[in-house]
Design a protein around this ligand. Structure first.
Ligand SMILES: [Zn+2]
Length: 472
């Protein structure tokens, strides 16, 4: 499906379903054959247990190769072995668990997510995908079907996705995908410890030459799937526990610097000021208007591109999250203001058009106010579109799982966009990717208030199990 029609479809679906029942009714008498003791009770217990493995007292924090991350890795490894998987830790600290199935040389299905967290994190982000995969494989072990998989299945708990410690996301999955630059090993954390040192502290010796050995051979891999909490409100809004991810939004980060004339707050008349603070405020409001109503701003040189506009009007999100001023005193007109812009959209061409229009308009406004401004592009990531076949398999598996759990025919499983980055982005450089989102309460994530219903954890497990059963 084209992106534009997908978004239109999604929009219609949301409009239709927002009136539907907001709670999803799992049937109490349908527990038989759905392994609630493994996929629900044990999975939830393990999520809580892993959620207690923290470097901080009183809140959850696990960063790349920290003591808590290593303990979390050990726990995950035990659970992998309990599910009948052969395990190892690679030179980037990723924890692997693999079962060969009937044909060890067939292309492998990889299932993963990350074991690191943000600071003061919730217990589901990352962990849910790892535990769901292990639990589904444990069910296959308990029913004697693990050895009947027609291809190897490998669960990977990636060591770094959030990038809290080294400000460099995807250290784990980018290494497996072969897209981690060797320079990444020399990035330092706040105390001057490099990635290479952090690994060495944990008896992992990685040299620049050996980094390339971590890369999987694309010919040995069939595809990658990831289960993750949605981290947004759409599934809750439509009243669905599971959703299939159509793609992950592309992203640009800017640093905007506005320079004016620093002066005394009491003596410089308003008409004579070149105030970068007031200018920055105008630019921020401009950004908000452009991102809320891209159709009013983008002309594409008179050739209106309907599909891009449609895509932008439903997927474009822009944020100013950080602002600083110099000298930052209450009685001084600032000399300089800098702020960040985080801009995301599922359509890369559309994102470029917005950036082009934004910079034009920003420079015009700055000129009008006689301040100078500069825009620096600090980070760019293209959108990743999930593989359509893999997505439809995940969709069928989710549909079947929900039908098994409720005993009723359901609405079609929603297809949604991810505004957040995931390991699947890095893994898309290696193989085809697919993602399944799980509803979370209030769309809240990166917070201890993050919550997934026990029944939804179960639904995700049944969906992965159903997906694996198609690989028998
Ligand atoms: Zn995550």
């Amino acid at each position: 499906m084209a992106i534009s029609s997908f978004i239109l479809f999604c929009y219609l679906l949301i409009s239709l379903l927002s009136h539907a029942a907001s709670s999803y009714m799992y049937s109490e008498d349908r527990r038989d054959g759905l392994f609630p003791e493994i996929l629900r009770e044990e999975a939830v217990t393990r999520l809580n247990e892993l959620g207690k493995v923290s470097d901080a007292h009183g809140y959850l924090e696990r960063t790349f190769m920290s003591p808590a991350s290593v303990r979390a890795g050990d726990l995950i490894r035990q659970w992998m072995e309990d599910a009948g998987l052969r395990t190892w830790v690679d030179q980037m600290g990723n924890v692997h668990g693999r079962v060969e199935g009937v044909n060890a040389s067939a292309q492998a299905l990889l299932i993963g997510s990350h074991l690191d967290t943000v600071v003061d994190a919730g217990i589901f982000d990352g962990s849910l995908g790892i535990i769901t995969a292990i639990s589904a494989l444990k069910v296959l072990k308990s029913t004697g079907k693990l050895g009947k998989l027609k291809r190897p299945v490998e669960v990977i708990a990636f060591s770094d996705e959030e990038g809290v410690r080294f400000q460099s996301t995807f250290l784990g999955s980018a290494a497996v995908a072969g897209v981690l630059p060797v320079s990444a090993l020399q990035i330092s954390d706040k105390s001057g410890v490099t990635v290479q040192d952090a690994l060495k502290e944990n008896s992992i010796d990685i040299a620049e030459q050996s980094l390339s050995q971590l890369k999987y051979d694309p010919a040995s891999v069939w595809g990658y799937i990831e289960v993750h909490i949605e981290q947004g409100p759409v599934l809750e809004w439509v009243g669905f526990p599971l959703g299939v991810v159509q793609g992950i939004a592309g992203q640009t980060r800017l640093k905007v610097t506005v320079r004016g004339s620093q002066g005394h707050a009491g003596t410089v008349p308003m008409s004579m000021r070149q105030d970068p603070m007031a200018a920055a405020a105008e630019l921020i409001v401009l950004l908000e208007r452009l991102c809320k109503h891209p159709k009013d701003f983008l002309s594409f040189n008179g050739h209106s591109d309907g599909s891009i506009l449609e895509s932008l009007s439903t997927s474009l999100v822009c944020t100013v999250g950080e602002i600083s001023t110099w000298p930052s005193a209450s009685n001084v007109i600032p000399g300089q203001v800098t702020f960040t812009v985080d801009l995301r959209a599922i359509d890369d061409e559309g994102r470029e058009s917005v950036l082009y229009e934004l910079s034009n308009q920003m420079y015009q406004r700055c000129e009008k106010r006689s301040v100078s401004c500069s825009l620096e592009r600090k980070h760019d990531a293209d959108a990743v579109i999930c593989d359509s076949n893999l997505s439809s398999q995940l969709k069928s598996a989710s549909y079947a799982a929900l039908k098994r759990m409720t005993g009723e025919t359901q609405h079609e499983v929603p297809v949604i966009m991810s505004g957040a980055g995931h390991d699947a982005m890095a893994m898309s450089h290696l193989t085809k990717v697919g993602m399944l989102f799980v509803r979370c309460r209030g769309g809240i994530s990166h917070s201890p208030a993050e919550h997934v219903l026990d029944d939804d954890v179960w639904a995700a497990g049944v969906a992965v199990l159903t997906f694996l059963e198609t690989h028998m």
